[in-house]
Structure formats: C-alpha cells, structure tokens
Design a protein around this ligand. Sequence first.
Ligand SMILES: O=C([O-])CC(=O)C(=O)O
Ligand SMILES: [Mg+2]
Length: 223
Amino acid sequence: MRLNTKFDRPDPALVEQLARFSSATIHEAQGRLGALSSALKPVDPAMSLCGPAFTVRCAPRDNLMLQVAIAHAQPGDVVVVSAGEYAEAGSFGDVLANACQAKGLAGLVTDTGVRDTSELRKLGFPVFSYSVSIKGTVKETVGPLAEPIQIGGELVRPGDVIRGDADGLVVVRREDVAHAIEQARKREEAEAAYIAAYRSGRSVIEVSKLAGVLEAKGLVIEE
Ligand SMILES: O=C([O-])CC(=O)C(=O)O
Ligand SMILES: [Mg+2]
C-alpha cells in the first residue's frame, strides 16, 4: 500500500490572520457552519491553535497511524485524528507532544483520548481531545493518511484550516479562508458597536431590535 502525503495548504499569511479571530466568531462568520462537537475539549483552556489539518484515521486503541502522521506533517500543521470517538485510550501524551513540538507542529485534535495532561499543560503544546485516559494503545493497524475524515460531526479535508480555543473547534474550508476572515472582521466590528451601545447605557431590546419580535409573540412586560 502507498499513502500520499501531498496536499494544498492555504497561504500561511491567511492562516495567521484567521488565528486572530475566536472559534465562535469564525463559526458565526461562515454562516454558523464548521463547528466540531463540543465533546472535543482543550487539555487546558489556555490552549489555542490554528493551522492546516494533516488528517489521519486510526483504529480505536491504536496509534500507529497517528505516529506516521506526526512523522510526515509539516511545520504549522494541526494533526487531526479520527479514531471513532473511543474514550478508553490514551493515544497521545507528553512523549509524542515533544516530537510534535520539535517539528514545529501547531497542535493535535483527536476524537479519542490523551494522557500525561499535566505535562502537556507544562509543555504548552495545544491538544484537543474527546477524553483523558491512561490506557495504552497498540501499534498495529494501517489506515488512511491525508484523506478526508469525519471528526466531531464534521468533514475535515487535508489542508482545511482548524481553529481551536477555550470555546471549541471550527473547520474552515481551504478555499474559504479569505472569505471567512473578511466576514469575521465585519462581525467583530458589529459586535464592537453593540458593546459600545450597551456600555453607553442603551437597552439590549432597543439595540438588538427585539421590540418587534416580542410584540409578534404577544409579550407584554410590565415594570
Ligand atoms: O506512548 C504513547 O503512545 C502515548 C503517550 O503516552 C505519550 O506520547 O507520552
Ligand atoms: Mg506518555
């Protein structure tokens, strides 16, 4: 079997610009699309990542292909592992995180478990996982590398951008990164205007134009 590891990545300058926006803003900016399941959580809320996905599929309780992915991923990539939402396996820990950091990878996202979390926090290598488990894995099963995968209820293709922060993970299609940045900028500007209005004492009902909605529902609020 021969596995391909070549795919197009977006312009690194665009990835850097996208990283300035939160996962929630990007999700909203692209029309409420791309959010991965909230079951995938950062090992530390301070962890944050943004980079092209280097996708891989592993059998549950088996991290052979994850190690192959780490070996072939490029600096700046986020290794994204689909392993069947299997909670009872610690497929990645501080030893492999050191390998990732030495290569300049941007982070790891997996729908199985990880371990050595206090060391991962000390290392500061961004890891998002489905669970934390101390149970070791085997290295037996060959599987797809740099192919589209399903993770957290979303399709992730190699080279799509994954943005993760304390609130969650979002995927942006490789060809949509520039548009997502433009829309995220507009959304932040609109949010800044809302914040300024609220801080100047204006009502949320007025600013968010909710009076018509409440009236249509027949809601009368007495003071
Ligand atoms: O050994 C493994 O397969 C996972 C692990 O704990 C580490 O990377 O430190
Ligand atoms: Mg370990």
